[in-house]
Ligand binder design. Structure first.
Ligand code: BEZ
Length: 211
C-alpha cells in the first residue's frame, strides 16, 4: 500500500524490544516517528540507531515518540542493541519493531521491491498527534539519515501546527519564519506582535513566535 502526506497512519500491533505494543496506544497524544532500516548488525544502521538514542531527550522535549523497524526477528534486535550501545556510547530506550512477517512494512510502504525484494529501505515517517502523516523521507541503504534534519523538520511541523507559520529554505531554530498564505496581512499584524516584514504581499516574515 502506498502512503502519502495527509493519509491516516495505519494502526498496528507489533512485537518490539520493549514488549508488545498497539501503535496508537503507544503514541497516545504524542507526535510519532516510525523509521525503517534495512537490517540488524549492519554498519550504517548501527550508527543511525545510536544517533537516535543519543537524541532521545531532544525527541522527548518535542513530545515525540520514536520507533525503529526492520524485518529481523526480536532475538536479533535484542542482541544487536548491545552492540549499538557499546559502539555508539548510548542506551537504546526506544522500541525496535520486529516485523518478521512484513505486516507493518507493507502497510507503510517500507519495502521497495526494485531496491530489495525482502529488506526495508531507509524510510522515515512523522505522524502528528491527529495520527495523520506529516512527512515521509526515503533514503537508500548506503546513506545514513541526518537526524539533525529530522529534528529541524519536526520543529518546523510543530511551528506550523501551533502558530500558522511556515519555515523558509535552510531555516534554523531562532531564525525568522514565514506567515502562511491563508492569513491576511491585516490579521498577521495582530497575530504576530513581534513584527511583520512584508517583502511581497505573499512573502511575509515574522520572528519565530515561540522564542
Ligand atoms: C548498513 O546499514 O550499513 C547497510 C545495510 C544494507 C546495505 C548497505 C548498508
Amino acid at each position: 500500500m502506498s502512503l502519502r502526506l495527509g493519509d491516516t497512519a495505519p494502526n498496528f500491533q507489533a512485537s518490539t524490544t520493549i514488549g508488545d505494543i498497539d501503535f496508537y496506544n503507544y503514541l497516545g497524544n504524542s507526535w510519532g516517528i516510525l523509521f525503517s532500516h534495512p537490517a540488524d548488525y549492519t554498519p550504517v544502521c548501527t550508527t543511525e540507531l545510536g544517533r537516535t538514542a543519543l537524541l532521545q531527550e531532544e525527541f522527548a522535549k518535542r513530545n515525540t515518540k520514536v520507533l525503529a523497524l526492520s524485518v529481523d526477528p526480536l532475538d536479533k534486535h535484542l542482541g544487536w542493541i548491545n552492540d549499538i550501545n557499546e559502539t555508539q556510547n548510548c542506551s537504546v530506550g526506544f522500541p525496535i519493531i520486529a516485523d518478521d512477517d512484513r505486516k507493518v512494512s507493507l502497510q507503510y510502504d517500507f519495502i521497495h521491491p526494485k531496491a530489495s525484494a525482502t529488506a526495508t529501505v531507509r524510510s522515515l515517517v512523522i505522524i502528528g498527534p491527529d495520527k495523520t502523516v506529516k512527512l515521509i523521507i526515503t533514503y537508500p541503504a548506503s546513506t545514513g539519515r541526518n537526524f539533525a534534519e529530522v529534528l529541524r523538520v519536526l520543529d518546523s511541523l510543530q511551528l506550523t501546527a501551533n502558530y500558522s507559520v511556515a519555515t523558509p529554505a535552510n531555516w534554523k531554530e531562532g531564525e525568522d519564519v514565514i506567515v502562511v498564505p491563508s492569513i491576511s496581512t491585516e490579521d498577521a499584524q495582530k497575530k504576530f506582535p513581534k513584527g511583520l516584514k512584508v517583502v511581497k504581499p505573499y512573502l511575509r516574515y515574522t520572528p519565530q513566535p515561540n522564542k
